[in-house]
Design a protein around this ligand. Structure first.
Ligand code: FAD
Ligand code: SF4
Length: 483
């Protein structure tokens, strides 16, 4: 087959080709950045990755406003990662679409697994995928005779974690040109970005991505498990891999990432609980949310079972961390502003939790995550934001809302000590916005949640509160102001 392979900007690695050296078409479209205000560092990363890839042999890069005008020859393309791009590809007569790559499990296997289940749960899918792909298995049994090491993981944070920082990215002429172009687009084309610019922090080439992967496997994987749910104010990375941008750009194949993590365990270089926890994120969560994007109907992303209707306030969308006194939220928002990346728990328990407590519109929250994170893509949003973080689907993929008060953040971080609020206080000048927000969320949604047996205890707690009226008045007058 002599046809070129058209690669979208999130299909850059060798596993999107049939053989090394196959001729490639890349398209750089400015129009993408006109449609949404992305994080400046995300725009930089994507353009840098595309342009670095264009330096390889046998690659043609075309700059065009529309994909259709750039694809003039007969080409093949792997199934794109958004519905809009897939529909576009389907309409193009000269393009043959191949099955998706860049994930571990196949769509038809997922559909066969999901058919007939009314609740789709990660744990079930993950066990299926472990068996089907023979990952961390000893014969028919899970390695170590357990599927799940959560009981060993999820520790509160230590004082500090002394892990070497990942190898720094060294910017080159391509990055310099990207920065010049983005400055010009802002000046001359009216294109806007969110967040601060800064030195590129994430891999744009396969070589940089492999260096980060190697470093992670040696230095972070051994402690990944125990502290995966913890937060430290002075350490945004902790033992996380920071590999999501590289995997989502297609620079790393999730299959190779999992295989190398399993090998680290087999060679006694990392404990099973950590390796299992990490494999669960990629083979489990990443593939699970990818399939759910296609499996759920297109209007899933407009789901709003808790009828949350408030738009996002300006201080939040503009990442104005300095306007926020709540220490946890201010620090996490500053992380988004300065890096376009924070790890999973700040996304879920600080940002998403706050949005759900205040009744912000789930579609707007998803759009915000998509634009503001370096690893944000549409396919990641539906399940992670609409389903898991905002519970807007009424529980099709998780059994209860991830709502929690300051006590959780206090247990899992070192934020509360230095905060002007007190996680134990519900009402008054020191009332923690998470604690107060948690109770007002329950009060507002009581009738929708009372059928959920996992919510029975929290709702009983709600009825025992003697100061609920004062709390609700306080939350009403706080409104959409920065906490
Ligand atoms: P690690 O903790 O080192 O995990 C390893 C890898 O597992 C990640 O690199 C990622 O590829 C994968 N992974 C783990 N959890 C998930 C998940 N829930 N969904 C998909 N992949 C997962 N992930 C994105 O890639 N892009 C997003 O835009 C994104 N938005 C999110 C929004 C919300 C509200 C929530 C709750 C989660 C979101 N996630 C997203 C999932 C997860 O938070 C990030 O993948 C992770 O924090 C990236 O950091 P890391 O590479 O250090 O991850
Ligand atoms: Fe966050 Fe509340 Fe703790 Fe302050 S007291 S850091 S607002 S959880």
């Amino acid at each position: 087959d002599m046809r070129r392979r058209w690669l979208f900007a999130d299909q850059l690695g060798p596993h999107f080709l049939d053989e090394p050296g196959q001729s490639v078409l890349l398209i750089e479209s400015k129009a993408v950045f006109r449609r949404r205000a992305f994080h400046r560092q995300k725009a930089h990363l994507i353009l840098s990755a595309l342009r670095h890839r264009a330096e390889d042999d046998n690659v043609r890069l075309i700059r065009a406003d529309t994909y259709a005008e750039a694809v003039t020859d007969e080409v093949t393309v792997c199934h794109p990662t958004s519905r809009a791009a897939r529909d576009l590809v389907k309409r193009m007569k000269n393009v043959e679409m191949l099955p998706p790559r860049g994930f571990v499990t196949d769509p038809q296997d997922f559909v066969a697994w999901a058919r007939g289940r009314d609740h789709l749960r990660l744990e079930d899918f993950y066990r299926y995928a472990r068996r089907h792909h023979d990952v961390l298995m000893d014969g028919d049994e899970p390695t170590g005779n357990r599927w799940n090491f959560d009981a060993d993981n999820r520790e509160p944070p230590p004082q500090s974690l002394d892990i070497p920082t990942p190898p720094a990215i060294v910017e080159d002429d391509i990055d310099e040109q990207v920065r010049v172009d983005l400055d010009r687009w802002e000046r001359e084309d009216g294109i806007t970005f969110v967040g601060n610019d800064g030195p590129r922090l994430f891999p744009a080439t396969r070589k940089e991505a492999l260096a980060r992967l190697r470093h992670f496997l040696t230095h972070r994987l051994p402690t990944f498990g125990p502290y995966e749910d913890a937060m430290l104010a002075g350490d945004p990375l902790m033992a996380h891999s920071m590999l999501s941008p590289a995997i989502n750009l297609g620079l790393l194949d999730p299959v190779e990432v999992i295989e190398r993590a399993e090998r680290a365990y087999r060679e006694n270089k990392a404990p099973l609980a950590s390796v299992e926890g990490f494999v669960r994120q990629i083979l489990g969560w990443r593939d699970f949310v990818w399939h759910l994007y296609w499996y759920f109907e297109p209007d899933y992303r407009a789901a709003n079972e808790l009828t949350a209707r408030h738009e996002l306030p300006k201080w939040f969308t503009s990442l104005d961390a300095d306007a926020v006194e709540a220490r946890c939220l201010s620090d996490v928002l500053a992380g988004v502003r300065d890096r376009g990346w924070v790890h999973h728990i700040p996304r879920l328990m600080v940002l998403g939790n706050y949005a759900m407590q205040r009744g912000w519109r789930p579609g707007a929250v998803a759009d915000w995550f998509h634009r503001s994170f370096v690893d944000g893509y549409e396919w990641v949003m539906t399940a992670n934001v609409i389903g898991m973080s905002q519970f807007a689907d009424g529980g099709r993929m998780s059994s209860k809302p991830y709502a929690s008060g300051g006590a959780y953040i206090n247990r899992m971080s070192d934020y509360c000590g230095g905060c002007r609020y007190d996680p134990k206080v519900r009402v008054g000048d020191h009332a923690c916005p998470y604690t107060a927000g948690y109770w007002s969320f329950l009060a507002r949604n009581e009738s929708r949640l009372e059928g959920n047996h996992r919510m029975r205890q929290p709702l009983q707690g709600l009825h025992r509160l003697s100061d609920l009226d004062a709390l609700l008045d306080q939350e009403k007058s706080r409104g959409s102001h920065a906490p």
